[in-house]
Write a protein that binds this ligand. Structure first.
Ligand code: HDD
Length: 735
């Protein structure tokens, strides 16, 4: 009788003991094998194969006869291949993932008894999958879209999933509308166009017809819709969950992740180009950072509201189209999420990972948020069609704690459970339920009274106030970007009804915005506001709030542009310092064969050539002097385009010696260049110096503006992410 439990417990004991972020990796090891091991090629049934290249056929010296169906090896190859695909996710099909760990540094025991949020000595293994929403599995990473941010915590009490987005609100309030919003956003039914974008009639027709979407489309049109990196996005659980503490008190809660590197975005022209030039940009970016040991980290925060305060707000706290403004409900940061390991194989890990909002652990519960209630049904359901009923047995999905119950059988079941009974209760009392003290799930005894009806409570009917709050809280640059994004999207709507009505909708947010968009896309020019603007602001809604983190160049890609005859001193100083700062130096030349320095003292094989790689793929460019090199670059149209484009995309540019003149000539800035220290000059994030100084050889470059060193100032410009002044002053037109 004890056999069942003992066997299972033994299986997982190894993984559960020790509680480091590596527990899940240890758990996966038993299902992981190495192609590199000295094993010979076999069929799936283990028989070694002597010739995997020729199908068994009738052949003679001078005649190729028919292939024989009797060949079991040939048939197996084709059969297996024919069935390699599973249905892609109906939304969030395109994504990438990584392993890591989660730790709380401040116990939240005042609001929950969930050890994952109270035990500060614990490290919980996690798997995180980032995604876009609308595109197919093979679509581009950098399209304008909401990004998924799904975290699976493998806790000792079972799996807990936060299935969130990089935007804190959602398009709809009620799950019953989910098929409509997704149908409207996905490619249109008659021609399956467009791929991975919201810039089409149906999406905007839906937005007009659902006033509740107004808040979210403003977020989607903001720079949040085109993140620079998955590592530079916030993550939000969006829905309202609940926490219960040891005293049995309940709080409403929202979950938030804020990246250590700050929140940063691409610029639109860059995002468009990257979609073609490097469709895997975000996927590679995450892999590269982890590979280089620059592990992405997020602070984990909670916003909590006492149960008794549920109705104290002018919005319904269960409405997923509303944020809880920070001035009313501050975020309390209590933990840290770190990603530190790439997957070994994409399909069994990233593709087969499956999240469920309904998966919570004791101490965490749901609310009556009508979107969440529907999600709790949908996720398990979709895994059934994607992966089958035994999807939780898959290595990536199984918990690291013991799993034992009487759910049995089904397609592809592979756990073998010993014992004579498969039901509860049973005469052996096998597999008894656990009390709350033994970590059994606590159902919070909530009193519910109401009338069964298809409607929502009163406060769910207000749809514009927070859209205005968002717009009011944006910086000028952010407002420009939202205006341009709306102008782009509506330009792709051919139906005048669609763009005409949307222009009118924008008057419910801001008349000026509506007029600027109307001017660009056509439609009747609005003359008065649809409703008064309340004028309130919430600074934490602006990305600029999350840009000023500690300046760093860690994980930033810096392209070093050279040709034969480059200055080896400036080159080495910059290359060494970028590497020392954990940035990624990438040498780019006219060709990928060896490039020789001035005086022939050194040479290097570039990582890429100007045509093969583009400025869109880096964060900054550096050009060392060297008369011959700079002369060659000046004659190379693609190299000049690199400089113009990087400038247009607001990126930091550094140049020394002869290259300083070249840069200024190409971008046309000389008259506004100011000296910031000695002969170090800076203007709009373009940093130049006549000759690189000995102090710049130091590997430990302090990142500071206005200091004597060239690299200090150049790195500061990189750490700022982009130079927005160029855009505000209209200098970024050459892209
Ligand atoms: Fe969803 C996937 C996030 C509303 C139904 N959703 C999915 C993923 C994320 C989200 C990040 C990808 C998970 C992964 O990486 O595998 N979804 C959200 C957020 C929502 C939301 C933040 C609003 C708060 N979703 C939502 C609703 C429904 C669904 C209202 C249905 C009623 N979502 C699904 C799904 C998916 C999914 C169809 C597709 C693949 C999957 O679940 O595993 O069930």
């Amino acid at each position: 009788m004890a056999g069942i439990m003992t066997d299972t417990i033994q299986k997982v004991q190894h993984a559960v003991m020790g509680s480091s972020g590596a527990d899940k990796i240890v758990d996966l090891e038993k299902d992981t094998k190495n192609v590199g091991d000295k094993v010979q090629l076999t069929t799936d049934y283990g028989v070694k194969q002597s010739n995997p290249d020729d199908w068994l056929s009738v052949v003679s010296k001078d005649q190729q006869g028919p292939a024989l169906l009797e060949d079991p090896f040939g048939r197996e190859r084709i059969h297996r291949f024919d069935h390699e695909r599973i249905p892609e996710r109906v939304v969030h099909a395109r994504g990438t993932g990584a392993f890591g760990k989660f730790k709380v540094y401040e116990s939240a025991e005042d609001v929950t008894f969930a050890p994952v949020l109270t035990d500060t000595s614990r490290e919980t293994p996690v798997f995180v999958r980032f995604s876009t929403v609308l595109g197919s599995r093979g679509s581009a990473d950098t399209v304008r879209d909401v990004r998924g941010f799904a975290v699976k915590f493998y806790t000792k009490e079972g799996n807990w999933d936060i299935v969130g987005n990089d935007i804190p609100v959602f398009f709809i309030q009620d799950a019953i509308k989910f098929p409509d919003v997704i149908h409207a956003g996905k490619p249109e039914p008659h021609n399956e166009v467009p791929q991975a974008q919201t810039a089409h009639n149906n999406f905007w027709d839906f937005q007009f017809n659902h006033t509740e979407s107004t808040h979210m489309f403003m977020w989607a049109m903001s720079d949040r819709g085109i993140p620079r990196s998955y590592r530079m996005m916030q993550g939000f659980g969006v829905n309202t969950f609940t926490l219960v503490n040891a005293k049995g008190e309940r709080h409403f809660v929202k979950f938030i992740f804020t990246p250590e590197l700050g929140v940063h975005s691409l610029v639109w022209d860059e995002a468009l180009k990257l979609a073609g030039q490097d469709p895997d940009f975000h996927r590679k970016d995450l892999g590269e950072a982890i590979e280089n040991g620059v592990f992405p980290k997020w602070k984990f925060g909670i916003q909590t509201i006492r149960e008794a305060d549920e109705h104290k707000f002018d919005f319904d706290i269960l409405d997923a189209t509303k944020i809880w403004p920070e001035d009313l409900v501050p975020t309390r940061y209590i933990g840290e999420l770190e990603l530190n390991r790439n997957v070994d194989e994409f399909f069994p890990q990233t593709e087969q990972v499956a999240f469920c909002t309904s998966h919570v652990v004791p101490g965490i519960g749901f609310s009556n948020d009508p979107l969440l209630q529907g999600r709790n049904f949908s996720y398990h359901d979709t895994q059934l069609s994607r992966l089958g009923v035994n999807w939780q047995e898959l290595p990536i999905n199984r918990p690291i704690c013991p799993v034992m119950n009487f759910n049995r059988d089904g397609a592809m079941r592979h756990t073998i459970t010993k014992g004579t009974v498969n039901y509860w209760p049973n005469r052996f009392e096998q597999c008894p339920p656990a009390s709350v003290k033994e970590s059994g799930y606590l159902e919070y005894a909530e009193k519910i009274a109401g009338i069964k009806a298809r409607s929502k409570s009163e406060k769910f009917r207000e749809h514009y106030s927070q859209a205005q709050l968002f717009w009011n809280s944006m910086s000028q640059v952010e407002r420009n970007h939202i205006t341009n994004a709306l102008a782009f999207e509506l330009d792709h709507c051919e139906d005048p009804v669609v763009y005409g009505r949307m222009v009118q909708r924008l008057t419910d947010i801001d008349l000026g915005l509506a007029q600027m968009v109307a001017d660009m896309v056509g439609g009747e020019m609005p003359t008065h506001a649809g409703r008064p603007n309340h004028g309130r602001k919430a600074p934490a809604l602006s990305q600029t709030e999350f840009m000023g983190m500690k300046p760093t160049i860690a994980s930033r890609r810096v392209a070093i542009l050279i040709a034969d005859g480059y200055d080896p001193v400036a080159f080495s100083a910059a290359y060494g310092a970028v590497s020392a700062g954990l940035g990624v130096p990438l040498v780019i030349g006219p060709k990928r064969s060896k490039i020789t320095s001035a005086g022939g003292t050194s040479s290097i094989q570039p990582h890429h050539h100007f045509e093969g790689f583009r400025s869109t793929m880096v964060d900054a460019i550096f050009i060392p002097g060297g008369e011959q090199s700079v002369r060659a670059l000046a004659k190379n149209g693609r190299a000049l385009h690199w400089i113009r484009e990087a400038f247009g995309h607001l990126k930091a540019i550094g140049a020394t010696g002869e290259a300083a003149d070249l840069v200024h000539k190409v971008i046309g800035l000389p008259e506004i260049t100011v000296s910031i220290s000695g002969d170090v000059h800076e203007s709009y994030g373009v940093v130049t110096i006549g000759t690189i100084k000995p102090e710049n050889f130091s590997e430990a470059v302090t990142i500071a503006k206005g200091s004597a060193g060239f690299l200090e100032n150049f790195f500061y410009a990189i750490a700022q992410h982009r130079n927005w002044d160029r855009e505000l002053d209209g200098l970024n037109t050459q892209v």
